[in-house]
Design a protein around this ligand. Structure first.
Ligand SMILES: Nc1ncnc2c1ncn2[C@@H]1O[C@H](COP(=O)(O)OP(=O)(O)OP(=O)(O)O)[C@@H](O)[C@H]1O
Ligand SMILES: [Mg+2]
Length: 491
C-alpha cells in the first residue's frame, strides 16, 4: 500500500479549532485586562486635567471677579463666569457675595447644578479696598462644578474602539494560526492516522511519506514518519520470523507424527489381516471338513492326528505373525543413547507451546530438577510428550478457554526419572484408569485410539512405563517413567 497515494485531509473541527478557541479566549482575557488598566490610567489623566483646569481658573479669574464683585458689576461677573462655564467639562459656576451689612447678597450663576458624578471646588474671592491694606478681605465665593459624564463618555468611546480593534485583530491572528497549524501539523496527523487505519502487513509498500516537500532540517513529523516506517519494517521482519518459526514447528510436528503414525497406520492392520487370513482360512477349511465328517457320522479317526497337526501348525503360524507384528510395535524406538529428559523435552518446548496456543490452553512448563541420565531414543520420547500434550489439549476443547491449563513437569525417584503431563480437563474415563490402557478407546471423531498404547509401547521398549491417572481435582495426569541409567553420562 502506498501511503503517499492517500488524500490530504480537509480542515475539520479538531485540535486546530480548539487551538483557535483557546487563543481567542486567552487573547480576549489579556485584551480585557490591559484595556481596563489603560482606561483607568486615562480616567486618572482626565480627572487630573479637570483639577488643573480648576487651578487655572483660580489663577486667571479670581482677580477680575474680585474687582467686579466689589463694584457690584453683575454684567461683568456674568460675562466672566460664562467664560468659565464654556471651559471643557464645567457644568455649573456660581459667584456668591459675602453679605455686607443689611445689603442684599449678589448671586450670579451659569449652568445647571449637578447631582452626581462631579468634582467641585470653592474659592474665596478676595479684594483689597485700600492700597496699603495688608490682608485682602474675602468678599465672596466662587463655586465651580465639573461633570464627569464627559470623561465617562470619552472613556467608553475609547473602550469600544480598543475592544473592537483588538477583537478583530485577535480573530484574524487566531484564524491565521489555525490555518498554519492545519497546514503544518494537523493535516499530516490526519493523513498519518488514515495511513495507520489502512495499514496491512505484507502489502507491497508499507512505508509512509508525508504529502509535503521535506523541510530542512527534519522536523518532529519527519521523526514520527521515520519511526512509523521503522516500526513497520521491524513488524514485518518479526512476523515473517514468526511465520518461519511456525513453519519449522509444523515440519517438526509432521516429522514426529509420521514416525508415530508408522505404528498406527491402517497398513499395519491391513498387513496383519492379510497375513493371518491365509492360515486362518486353512484352519477354517480343516474345521469345516471335520464338521462335515461328524455331521455325516463318517469321522475318519485315522486322519485326525494329521488334521490336528495341520490345524496346530496354521494356528502357530498365526501366532508367529502376531508376535512379529507385536515385536515391531513394542520395539518402536530407534537407537538408544544416554540423555537427560529435560534436554530432550527442551527441543520440543516451542512445538508443545504452539499446540497449547492453538487450543487456547495456558501452558506451564517447568523442566527444572531431575538431572539424572537415562538411556533412550530422543525422537520417540519427544513424540510421547507431543501426543500426551495434544491429548490434554483435545480433552479440554469443550471447556471455557479461561479454565484450560496444562502443566509439564519432571519427576524423579531413586530408580526412575520421568515427566508428567497434567491438565484441568474432565480426566480419563474409569475404564481407562482401571485398565491403564486405551487401545481402540478413542472417543474422538478423528482419533485412532492408538496414541496411548503406542506411548505405552515406547515406554516399555525403554524399560519404563506409563502411569495413567486422574488428579483429585478431576483432570488427567499421565507420567512417563524411564529407568535411570546405571553407568552413563551425557556427551
Ligand atoms: N488428557 C486426557 N484427558 C481425558 N481423556 C483422555 C486424555 N488423553 C486421552 N484420553 C482419552 O483416551 C482416549 C485414547 O487416547 P489416544 O491418545 O490413545 O487416542 P486418541 O487421542 O483418541 O487418538 P489419536 O491419539 O490417535 O489422535 C481418547 O480418545 C480420550 O477419550
Ligand atoms: Mg491422542
Amino acid at each position: 500500500m502506498s501511503a503517499s497515494g492517500l488524500r490530504t485531509p480537509k480542515l475539520r473541527r479538531g485540535i486546530g479549532w480548539r487551538l483557535l478557541l483557546s487563543i481567542m479566549l486567552f487573547s480576549s482575557v489579556v485584551t480585557l485586562v490591559l484595556t481596563v488598566a489603560q482606561l483607568y490610567l486615562d480616567y486618572r489623566t482626565e480627572v487630573g486635567e479637570i483639577r488643573d483646569r480648576f487651578e487655572e481658573i483660580g489663577k486667571s479669574y479670581l482677580g477680575s471677579l474680585g474687582g467686579s464683585l466689589w463694584s457690584l458689576d453683575v454684567d461683568q461677573i456674568q460675562l466672566l463666569i460664562n467664560g468659565i462655564k464654556h471651559l471643557p467639562d464645567i457644568q455649573f459656576v456660581e459667584v456668591r457675595e459675602i453679605g455686607r451689612g443689611n445689603q442684599r447678597q449678589v448671586v450670579v450663576s451659569a449652568g445647571e447644578r449637578g447631582a452626581e458624578s462631579l468634582i467641585s471646588r470653592d474659592y474665596p474671592i478676595l479684594y483689597s479696598s485700600e492700597k496699603d491694606q495688608a490682608e485682602p478681605e474675602a468678599i465672596g465665593q466662587l463655586h465651580i462644578e465639573a461633570s464627569l459624564s464627559g470623561v465617562y463618555g470619552r472613556i467608553a468611546d475609547r473602550a469600544t474602539a480598543i475592544l473592537v480593534s483588538q477583537g478583530v485583530k485577535t480573530f484574524l491572528v487566531s484564524s491565521f494560526t489555525l490555518f498554519i497549524v492545519h497546514r503544518l501539523v494537523t493535516r499530516h496527523l490526519v493523513f498519518l492516522s488514515g495511513f495507520l487505519r489502512g495499514y496491512r502487513l505484507g502489502a507491497p509498500d508499507t512505508s509512509v511519506r508525508l504529502p509535503r516537500s521535506a523541510p530542512n532540517p527534519a522536523d518532529e513529523l519527519d521523526d514520527m514518519t521515520a519511526a512509523l516506517n521503522a516500526m513497520s519494517t521491524s513488524l514485518a521482519a518479526s512476523v515473517s520470523e514468526r511465520e518461519l518459526a511456525l513453519r519449522q514447528l509444523r515440519l517438526q510436528e509432521t516429522a514426529l507424527d509420521r514416525a508415530y503414525r508408522h505404528f498406527t497406520t491402517q497398513e499395519t492392520a491391513a498387513k496383519l489381516a492379510h497375513e493371518i487370513k491365509q492360515p486362518l482360512a486353512c484352519v477354517s477349511t480343516y474345521v469345516q471338513g471335520l464338521q462335515a465328517q461328524i455331521g455325516a457320522d463318517a469321522l475318519n479317526t485315522g486322519e485326525l492326528p494329521v488334521l490336528m497337526e495341520r490345524i496346530a501348525r496354521e494356528v502357530k503360524r498365526v501366532l508367529e505373525i502376531i508376535a512379529a507384528t507385536q515385536s515391531r510395535i513394542t520395539s518402536p524406538t530407534g537407537a538408544s543413547e544416554p540423555l537427560r529428559i529435560a534436554e530432550v523435552l527442551l527441543d520440543v518446548l516451542p512445538l508443545l507451546r504452539q499446540i497449547c496456543d492453538d487450543s487456547s490452553v495456558r501452558a506451564h512448563m517447568d523442566l527444572s530438577g531431575a538431572a539424572s541420565v537415562v538411556m533412550g531414543n530422543s525422537p520417540s520420547i519427544q513424540q510421547v510428550a507431543v501426543n500426551l500434550v495434544r491429548n490434554a489439549c483435545e480433552a479440554m476443547v469443550q471447556m471455557p478457554p479461561r479454565q484450560r491449563s496444562m502443566r509439564l513437569t519432571l519427576a524423579e525417584t531413586n530408580s526412575r526419572i520421568g515427566f508428567t503431563v497434567q491438565d484441568t480437563g474432565p480426566g480419563f474415563s474409569p475404564e481407562i484408569v482401571k485398565t491403564g490402557h486405551a487401545l481402540f478407546a478413542s472417543r474422538k471423531i478423528k482419533g485412532s485410539g492408538f496414541g496411548l498404547p503406542i506411548a505405552n509401547a515406547i515406554m516399555s521398549a525403554h524399560g519404563g512405563s506409563l502411569e495413567i491417572a486422574n488428579d483429585e481435582s478431576g483432570g488427567a495426569r499421565v507420567t512417563c517413567w524411564l529407568p535411570k541409567s546405571a553407568s552413563g553420562g551425557v556427551d
